[in-house]
Write a protein that binds this ligand. Structure first.
Ligand code: PAF
Length: 285
């Protein structure tokens, strides 16, 4: 599906378009992104189109969610290519604010979601989720869609956003979109572009290791045993594991021993590239 994509850069223009749709009784779904569009984002836009009458995508590389030594400057940017792919997936409107539109002079507010942001990515990226929560709150209030869709690859992020929307009574339904994978299992990510040819060969092992752990947990092995084997396999292949854990799928509370229902989440470096992935327990067929 390819539609005419209109691009707006200001909150006022975004609001005017969405208000006109709402005034006609039509529904709107939002897909926030940081650009570097791939098939994972496109599947979120397609999902959004099945759920609402119009899809608004946004592209904003949010400086607040990058740490001082992270890849904000290097993050892949290419708006013309991104816009073409979003149009192809069926987005009707693209919101691309600049930094001043998003964080004008004097901007002083931060959204902090406690608890669920504490471990996993929050442990090694201390300000990351404040940056995500702040920009997502702004994007939702700027657009006022009926639904917003976020990929399950960033599973902790999805739960953080669901929490903040519940806590702040934001009247928008947050929906998770399934992870899209390469044929060899590697989860699609804008950061896969950083991998060397050799690292790209090794990268699918990340998914293979947690999928194996999911099968082992479902078969009755303890979380400690299943995760220890997965960690050993990853380290033998050259990954530096940041975290590898079995967590409650709703609360992200740590789990140990035998567990029938869980989410296995991993972050690991291959060279300089940090990859994340997650799978459910029991595993999906
Ligand atoms: O997942 C992302 O691309 C970003 O974290 C998001 C949700 C667009 C906020 O900047």
């Amino acid at each position: 599906m390819s539609t005419e994509l209109e691009i707006v850069r200001t909150v006022a223009d975004l609001r005017a378009r969405v208000a006109a749709w709402h005034a006609r009784g039509e529904t709107v779904a939002m897909v926030p992104t940081m650009g570097a569009i791939h098939e994972g984002h496109m599947s979120l836009v397609q999902q959004a189109n099945r759920l609402a009458g119009h899809v608004v995508a946004s592209i904003f590389v949010n400086p607040l969610q990058f740490g001082p030594n992270e890849d904000f400057a290097a993050y892949p940017r290419g708006k013309a290519r991104d816009a073409a792919l979003l149009a192809q997936a069926g987005a009707a409107l693209l919101f691309t604010p600049n930094a001043n539109e998003m964080y004008p002079e004097g901007f002083a507010t931060k959204v902090h979601v406690a608890g669920i942001t504490g471990g996993l990515c929050g442990a090694t990226r201390p300000d990351h989720f404040d940056g995500v929560a702040t920009v997502v709150t702004k994007l939702l209030l700027q657009c006022t869609p009926d639904i917003a869709i976020f990929g399950e690859k960033d599973y902790q992020q999805l739960l953080v956003i669901q929490r903040l929307v519940r806590d702040l009574n934001v009247p928008i339904e947050i929906v998770g979109g399934p992870i899209v994978r390469e044929p060899d299992g590697l989860a699609l990510s804008s950061r896969n572009a950083y991998l060397s040819a050799e690292e790209r060969e090794t990268a699918p092992l990340l998914h293979a290791a947690i999928q194996q752990a999911s099968h082992e947990l479902a078969a009755g092995l303890s979380a400690e045993q299943a995760l220890e084997s997965a960690r050993a396999a990853l380290e033998a292949a050259g990954f530096r594991v940041d975290y590898l854990e079995a967590r409650d799928p709703e609360t992200l509370a740590p789990l140990s021993g035998p567990v029938a229902s869980a989410r296995i989440l991993v972050a690991a470096f291959l060279g300089k590239t940090r990859l994340i992935d997650n799978v459910p327990v029991p595993p999906q067929a």
